[in-house]
Design a protein around this ligand. Structure first.
Ligand code: GAL
Length: 420
């Protein structure tokens, strides 16, 4: 508690003495902290860099690798505490709310009013982009985590269709393994284990259970027989992962599907960015479908750019140019067709999107209309970062064999209680 207060005081001081971030020669520029370091992510980021470049806004890159952004958020905290925050930061869900609550984020209301963001940004996203009625972040996309990425050639060779249910999914991985392939490409990193777990919880218990466990943090749901079953499904998946999974980056797991080493990967649709970057086409070399059991639901996350408060007018102008670009309909198409995500606006045609993008857009709208749209726990949209990290620890310890499924569910109850 004490050290927490100390940190908060340090941050308040740091924010109050903070200078602007116009470049030394007075030209407008932004310093962007992000975790888009894979091939597909870098290609998407380039769309933004070039857009800003075309408007005379320079770019200072501050990449911090690590999906889910935990490491990026640690670096951000250190930068702010040192009185040197980046101008623009890629952020997810509850982290945006935390920083807004600390008074660190710039007010985007004038720009939002001018460009009518209230009307075009989906309601589910506004809960994170606005704090106390004030716009504090510009959403660049909507990703979702309950996808399977499949190698078409292996499916065809084994005479398999896209599986219709969990048993079919397991049978397909078994057939692939029997034929000498890897059933499931996976990287053993806590955030990847958690990404898969989003779908196991939704698949076992459906929307009510997901809501109770991950959003309401109901101890009964967290320790329930359904949670035990979700952990048991993780054990089943573990049986189809190769021996070298530990520490593997997610994009290398995507490459295993793209290269024909592995049949499936369960991953958010940023994986599509990797397939595209490798020259592949949705519906041809690779396929996408919802994790069996989660059909009709979407567990989403939205990358947003939060702007830190700056005093320098040139720097503030650059931030507003960036926020404006991010929200423009043309940019949302250009960026998201490369990134694998779908637009963070409801008024964009799906014509420029590939088969998976069109499916993603339609399913997002359906899920929003039917009450099947939920924030991803793994990607900071279901609960605050301390609860999220507590969940990560249990999920990853279980996946690595430290706990059986019953113990893991019990540990989840305790870890969540302590983290609140
Ligand atoms: C997510 C982020 C995505 C993608 C992924 C892997 O948290 O929202 O944009 O980059 O991490 O790095």
């Amino acid at each position: 508690m004490r050290s927490n207060m100390k940190t908060k005081t340090a941050i308040a001081i740091a924010l109050s003495v903070m200078a602007g971030t116009a470049s030394a020669d007075g030209h407008s520029s932004v310093e962007v902290l992000h975790w888009w370091t894979s091939g597909g992510e870098a290609a998407a980021l380039n769309v933004l860099k070039e857009d800003l470049n075309g408007q005379g806004v320079g770019w200072t890159d501050m990449p911090v690798a690590g999906g889910g952004g935990s490491d990026a958020m640690t670096v951000l905290r250190a930068r702010v505490t040192a009185g040197d925050p980046p101008t623009a930061v890629q952020m997810l869900g509850f982290a945006i709310r935390d920083w807004a609550g600390e008074g660190a984020l710039a007010d985007l209301n004038d720009l939002a009013a001018e460009q009518n963001w209230d009307e075009v940004v989906p309601a589910a996203l506004q809960g994170y982009s606005k704090f106390d009625g004030q716009w504090v972040a510009a959403p660049v996309n909507v990703h979702s985590t309950n996808w399977v990425w499949a190698n078409s050639a292996i499916l065809a060779q084994l005479g398999l269709e896209q599986p219709a249910d969990w048993d079919g999914f397991v049978a397909a991985m078994q057939a692939a393994q029997d034929a000498g392939y890897i059933g499931l490409a996976h990287g053993g990193q806590a955030w990847q284990d958690a990404t898969v777990f989003d779908s196991m919880v939704m698949g076992v218990g459906g929307p009510e259970f997901y809501q109770a466990a991950f959003i309401d943090l109901d101890p009964e749901a967290l320790g329930s027989a359904q949670m035990v079953q979700a952990f048991q499904r993780m054990e089943t998946l573990r049986g189809f992962v190769d021996d070298n999974f530990s520490g593997r980056d997610w994009n290398l797991a995507s490459a295993m599907v793209a290269n024909g080493e592995a049949l499936f990967q369960i991953m958010g649709d940023w994986a599509k960015g990797e397939f595209i970057n490798a020259g592949q086409t949705a519906g041809e070399e690779f396929q996408c479908f919802r994790v069996p059991g989660t059909e009709g639901t979407v567990t989403f996350n939205s990358d947003q750019f939060a702007m830190f408060k700056v005093t320098d007018e040139t720097a503030r102008g650059a931030q507003m140019t960036m926020a404006s670009s991010v929200m423009s309909p043309e940019f949302q198409v250009a960026f998201n067709t490369v990134k694998g995500s779908v637009p963070a606006r409801t008024d964009i045609s799906d014509a420029a999107f590939d088969a998976c993008g069109q499916l993603g857009m339609a399913q997002l709208a359906e899920a929003a209309a039917s009450g099947g749209l939920f924030g991803s726990m793994a990607h900071g949209h279901a609960n605050n970062p301390s609860v999220q990290n507590a969940m990560y620890d249990v999920i990853t310890a279980h996946f690595n064999g430290e706990f059986d499924a019953e113990t893991a569910a019990a540990e989840l109850v305790t870890a969540v209680e302590l983290a609140q």
